[in-house]
Ligand binder design. Structure first.
Ligand SMILES: [Zn+2]
Length: 340
């Protein structure tokens, strides 16, 4: 079979579309023929080099496909089933997993980072990592939301405990997590202020349901949010850029507000003024990936049309270098999908 592998870390030129052995199907595992996969920023970091990557590595976390073979002991799937891949690797037997907190598993991992990923023609996975694909979701859509969708759902529903009268502030509505965060908050009945990096992207954010769309490069976010919220600030801030947005995130957070973060794409070191935290009784919540209930939650929203996975562009997998360049230049609104 063919796969996108990296043999060393570096720029897009280290991505190779090459012949690799078909994966072995062990007991409890399912061989999935990949019909579509998607790019996450994680793929770029894995390519550039983060600690703990075994080389060579097939990259990619998100995918959807069809079951082509089942191993001994597989009881939930049959050949021909259409499936969505959960990129979260979890053991299924530790105390966290048994308490349905799979993203707190003691041996947590992510496909395409901990083990070979989805940018290939076939992948062998535990049946724990598969969910049957609703028939009204295309393979391209099904491949586009698993990582970002479960992350956003986990942040807003399971961590920030969203309430329908909350005003939610979403940084970067054109990103995968941002576009899902915006739609999840709207599906919950919240008012949403979203940011994007251009006039065109702000228009898309409004079309996705944002009540107020702001340009994070040009607008005075703090004063516009204060005007919109009549000086109170927002109840929930959805953080993932980190360094470049943190100060503003804290300034616009209301009394009793919750800031939930899943990333630090612009830098990880920020400063916090503790006086605001205790006096305003605010919460700062960390979040990573999602529980199975979060993944099922986002699938349910998508199946019923309450959330639409935004697929910006589809590339053939062999053009992986071009696709990475497109994502690195921040050209997209939503997800970039790959097809074998
Ligand atoms: Zn576990």
């Amino acid at each position: 079979m063919k796969a996108v592998r990296i043999h060393k870390h570096g720029n897009k030129d280290v991505l190779v579309w090459e012949e690799v052995p078909l994966p072995v199907v062990k007991d409890g595992q399912v061989l999935v023929e990949i019909k579509a996969a998607a790019i996450n920023h994680l793929d770029i970091w894995v390519r550039k080099g983060i600690p703990g990557i075994n080389l060579p590595m097939i990259i990619g976390s998100d995918g959807a496909g069809m079951v082509s073979k089942i191993g001994k002991g597989v009881d939930k799937f049959d050949v021909g089933d259409e499936v969505i891949i959960n990129p979260l690797l979890f053991c299924g037997t530790c105390s966290s997993c048994l308490n349905q907190q799979e993203n707190q598993c003691y041996s947590i991992g992510i496909l395409g980072e901990t083990t070979n990923g989805t940018n290939c023609e076939f992948i062998s996975l535990s049946q724990r990592n598969l969910i049957k694909k609703p028939s009204n979701i295309s393979f391209e859509s099904a491949a586009s939301f698993s990582l970002a969708g479960q992350t956003s759902y986990q942040m807003l529903i399971n961590r920030a405990k969203l309430k329908k009268d909350d005003i939610v502030f979403i940084w970067g509505a054109s990103s995968g997590v941002g576009s899902f965060g915006l739609q999840i908050a709207k599906a919950y009945g919240c008012k949403v202020i979203a940011t994007a990096g251009s006039k065109k992207k702000c228009k898309y954010a409004s079309e996705l349901g944002a009540d107020l769309s702001l340009n994070h490069y040009k607008d005075d976010i703090t004063s516009l949010v204060k005007d919109y919220t009549k000086g109170k600030g927002v109840n929930v801030v959805f953080e993932h850029p980190g360094l470049e947005t943190w100060k503003t995130s804290m300034k616009i957070l209301s009394r009793y507000g919750r800031l939930v973060t899943c990333g630090s794409t612009t830098g990880p070191k920020v400063s916090i003024d503790l006086r605001y935290i205790f006096f305003k009784q605010q919460s700062i919540l960390g979040s990573t990936m999602g529980t199975l209930s979060a993944l099922n939650g986002i699938i349910n929203f998508i199946e019923h049309g309450k959330v639409i996975p935004v697929v910006d562009k589809i590339f053939p997998m062999r053009n992986i270098a071009e696709a990475h360049k497109y994502v690195e230049n921040s050209n997209q609104f939503g997800k970039v999908v790959l097809v074998p």
